[in-house]
Design a protein around this ligand. Structure first.
Ligand code: SAH
Length: 265
């Protein structure tokens, strides 16, 4: 942590690094809503839906700091400075991030930067996309008959694709939740097949989870690339790999059978 001259921030002021959940405003925590309602300034990302921003008070200044606002390479530095600038001007600052800020959300970089400059910071947890998606699909992530391990992976690393993360990874008995994996789907699939996983290993991709535009594509390691291409799946999308996806397809079929039986009566 870089300990430059700390900024002597007013004693009452505070920066909250808040999780916005996956998109549906009803998945905001009570603590997030309370904090957003008192924030004087909110710095938000691409993955924060407009409906969530409506929770902020009318007078709050809303500052977009997503990918479209600058060069990707220096973006994090720019964001850090923008939060610090806002905190010099305003007493209650919210940095609003998709899902849970601690899960592939770069909250650590912001937290260290702000702390080292003497700002008072607090992280407020959010519902991460993986668990929200599981609930949407009716998937118990750790159902004892299917999976006793959950692996959260990023398809992307700071310097490119995360091929190593998938190398020699066995899917049997596990649920893989892959964030930022869509652009690396080809590589992920190759690594998992090369590592001895069966072509039948089930896969689901959920686009825009919990929003009105949510779409789901299912398949297996053999078919998923084509299925995703045919459906024109776009980011943000979460990939679930493992037998638990079979539980989803089985329960979906069961629900369909029940619906048909009931409508035939
Ligand atoms: N901190 C976030 C993850 C940020 S990384 C969290 O806890 O959920 C960004 C990735 O999250 C996206 O590339 C995508 O894989 C996933 N993601 C975020 N919102 C999503 C949504 N509404 N639907 C599907 N995937 C989503």
């Amino acid at each position: 942590m870089n300990e430059e001259t700390p900024h002597l921030y007013g004693e009452k002021g505070k920066i909250y690094l808040v999780g916005a959940g996956p998109g549906d405003p009803e998945l905001l925590t009570v603590k997030a809503v309370k904090t957003l309602r008192k924030a004087q300034v909110v710095l938000y990302d691409d993955l924060v839906s407009p409906r969530i921003l409506r929770v902020c008070k009318k007078s709050a200044e809303l500052i977009y700091v997503g990918k479209r606002s600058g060069q990707h390479s220096c973006l994090q530095d720019q964001i850090n400075s923008k939060i610090a600038e806002a905190a010099v001007k305003f007493r209650i600052v919210v940095r609003l991030k998709g899902g849970d800020p601690s899960i592939f959300g770069r909250v650590g970089e912001e937290y260290s930067y702000l702390l080292s400059r003497g700002f008072d910071c607090e992280i407020i947890a959010g519902v991460t996309t993986g668990s929200a998606v599981a609930a949407r699909l009716g998937i118990p992530l750790t159902h004892r008959d299917y999976s006793s391990e959950i692996v959260l992976l990023s398809g992307h690393k700071k310097d490119g694709k995360n091929s190593e993360g998938f190398r020699n990874l066995t899917c049997s008995g596990k649920t893989l939740l892959v964030y930022m994996g869509l652009n690396s789907l080809h590589t992920i699939r190759e690594e998992l097949l090369n590592g001895g996983n069966s072509e039948d290993t089930p896969v689901a991709i959920i686009e825009n989870a919990t929003l009105e535009t949510e779409r789901i594509v299912t398949g297996n390691l053999s078919s998923i690339l084509e299925a995703a291409e045919n459906a024109k799946i776009r980011s943000p999308a979460l990939i679930i790999i493992g037998d638990i996806v079979r539980y989803y397809t089985e329960t979906k079929e069961l629900k369909e059978r029940i619906r048909k039986t009931l409508s035939a009566r």
